[in-house]
Design a protein around this ligand. Structure first.
Ligand code: SAH
Ligand code: SF4
Length: 395
C-alpha cells in the first residue's frame, strides 16, 4: 500500500469508527465524567469554571494516583471548591454487573456502562509471581468475525469511550485495593494491560489511544508502554500510527500462513493480506530484540497446525524481532473447531523454537468461567432506535 493510499484508508477507518462512538460521558443531570479526559482537557474544563491549571494537577493526582471517586476525600482542595466540583463533575466507574473467580484465580468482570451496554474484563494473575495482567475490552462486540472467536459472533454494538476503557482498569484496581498507584518499577498485582478483550482496538483507535495516554501518565497510574500490549487482527493502516504515537508492544493475530486459509478464519485478511501485514510488522517502530512483536497463533486441530505450516511461519517472520505465542483453541458454546493435540502443539513449537523464536504455549486461564482468550461475549445488542449504521462488515 503506498503512503497516499494508507493516509486515505486511515481517514476512512477513523471516520467510520467515529459512527460507533459511545454516548457523551455525561450524567442525565448534566454532570461531566472526569475520567477519560486528557490533562489539557481537564485544564480546560477547570478553566471554564475559573480554576487555574494547578487544580488540574491536583485532581489528576487524586483521580489517577490515589484512585478516589469522591471529591470530599480530596484533602488538598478546600471544601467550597470540593462542593463546586461535585456539582459539575463526577468521577465514575463502570458498574459491576457480575464478577466470577476461576479455580485458577483468574477473575472476570462483566461491566455495565451508563447506557446499559456491557463488556468483559479479565484479570489473569501470574502463576509464578505476585503480579498479573488485566485484559481489557475496547469495543462491545466486534465488526470482524474471526471463525474461532466468540466475540466475533456478536456484531459491533459500539466503541468503548476512553472513560470506559480506563474505567475497566480502575475498577479492577478497586477490587484488589491497589490504590494509590505504585511508583516506578515496583508494580503491584495489576501490573500490565493487554488490549486483548472484546473488540478490535485499532478500529477504535482514538478512544484507545486516549485511554493509553492516560494510563501511561507518570503522575497518575504511570504504567510504562512496555507494560501495555495491544493485540490486533491486522488493521495494517493503523499499525504504524499506533507504533509512532503510543509505542506500546504489539501483538498480531496471525493464525494462518497462507492467504486462502487466513481469508477464511480471519476475514480481515481479504482486505489486508499476509504480505502487507508482515511488512507492517517489519516497520513497526520500536520493535527490537528487547521489545519483540508477538505473533499470536490459535492452534486449531487439523486446520493450521501442521509441520509445514510451522516451517512456513518461520520463513514469513524471518528477521523480525518476534516471539510466537501458541494459543490452544479455547472452545465456546457452538464453536466448531477442536484444539490441536498436545503432540502437534509441541511439534509446532519445536520448529519455531529451533528457528530462534521463543514459542511459549499460552496455557488457557479461567476456562471454567469462559474467561480464556476468545471466549468473551456479552448479550449487549445495538439499540436500533439510535439509528446507527448496520454493523457486520469491517469498518
Ligand atoms: N481483536 C484483537 C484483540 C482481541 S482477541 C485481535 O483479534 O487480536 C485476543 C486474542 O485471542 C487474539 O489473538 C484472538 O485471535 C485470540 N482468540 C480468539 N478466539 C480464540 C479462541 N477461541 N481460542 C483461543 N484464542 C482465541
Ligand atoms: Fe474481533 Fe479479535 Fe475476535 Fe477477530 S479475534 S472477532 S478481531 S475480537
Amino acid at each position: 500500500m503506498n503512503a497516499l493510499l494508507t493516509d486515505a484508508e486511515r481517514t476512512r477507518i477513523l471516520a467510520k469508527s467515529a459512527l460507533f462512538n459511545p454516548p457523551p460521558p455525561q450524567l442525565p443531570d448534566g454532570r461531566r465524567e472526569l475520567v477519560g479526559l486528557e490533562r489539557d482537557e481537564l485544564i480546560q474544563e477547570l478553566a471554564a469554571i475559573g480554576e487555574k491549571p494547578f487544580r488540574a494537577k491536583q485532581l489528576w493526582h487524586w483521580i489517577y494516583h490515589q484512585g478516589v471517586t469522591d471529591f470530599s476525600a480530596m484533602s488538598s482542595i478546600a471544601r467550597p471548591l470540593q462542593q463546586r466540583l461535585a456539582e459539575r463533575f463526577v468521577i465514575g466507574r463502570p458498574d459491576v454487573a457480575t464478577v466470577q473467580t476461576s479455580t485458577d484465580e483468574t477473575r472476570k468482570w462483566l461491566f455495565r456502562f451508563r447506557d446499559g451496554q456491557e463488556a468483559e474484563t479479565v484479570y489473569i494473575p501470574d502463576r509464578h509471581a505476585d503480579r498479573g495482567a488485566v485484559c481489557i475490552s475496547s469495543q462491545v462486540g466486534c465488526t470482524l468475525s474471526c471463525r474461532f472467536c466468540h466475540t466475533g459472533t456478536q456484531t459491533l454494538v459500539r466503541n468503548l469511550g476512553a472513560a470506559e476503557i480506563v474505567g475497566q482498569f480502575m475498577a479492577a484496581r478497586d477490587a484488589y485495593a491497589e490504590w494509590p498507584s505504585p511508583r516506578g518499577e515496583t508494580p503491584r498485582l495489576l501490573s500490565t494491560i493487554v488490549l486483548m478483550g472484546m473488540g478490535e482496538p485499532l478500529y477504535n483507535y482514538d478512544n484507545v489511544a486516549r485511554a493509553m495516554r492516560i494510563v501511561m501518565d507518570g503522575e497518575g497510574i504511570g504504567l510504562s508502554r512496555r507494560r501495555i500490549t495491544l493485540s490486533t487482527s491486522g488493521v495494517v493502516p493503523m499499525m504504524d500510527r499506533c507504533g509512532e504515537e503510543l509505542g506500546v508492544n504489539l501483538a498480531v493475530s496471525l493464525h494462518a500462513v497462507r492467504d486462502d486459509l487466513r481469508d477464511e478464519i480471519v476475514p480481515l485478511n481479504r482486505k489486508y493480506p499476509i504480505a502487507e501485514l508482515i511488512a507492517a510488522c517489519r516497520r513497526y517502530p520500536g520493535a527490537s530484540n528487547a521489545r519483540r512483536i508477538t505473533f499470536e497463533y490459535v492452534m486449531l486441530r487439523g486446520v493450521n497446525d501442521s509441520e509445514a505450516e510451522a516451517q512456513e511461519l518461520v520463513r514469513l517472520i524471518a528477521g523480525i524481532p518476534a516471539k510466537v505465542n501458541l494459543i490452544p483453541f479455547n472452545p465456546w458454546p457452538g464453536s466448531s473447531y477442536l484444539p490441536s493435540t498436545r503432540e502437534s502443539l509441541e511439534r509446532f513449537a519445536a520448529i519455531v523454537q529451533d528457528a530462534g523464536f521463543a514459542s511459549p504455549i499460552r496455557m488457557p486461564r479461567g476456562q471454567d468461567i469462559l474467561a480464556a482468550c476468545g471466549q468473551l461475549r456479552t448479550d449487549s445488542r445495538r439499540d436500533a432506535a439510535r439509528g446507527r449504521p448496520a454493523a457486520g462488515e469491517p469498518v
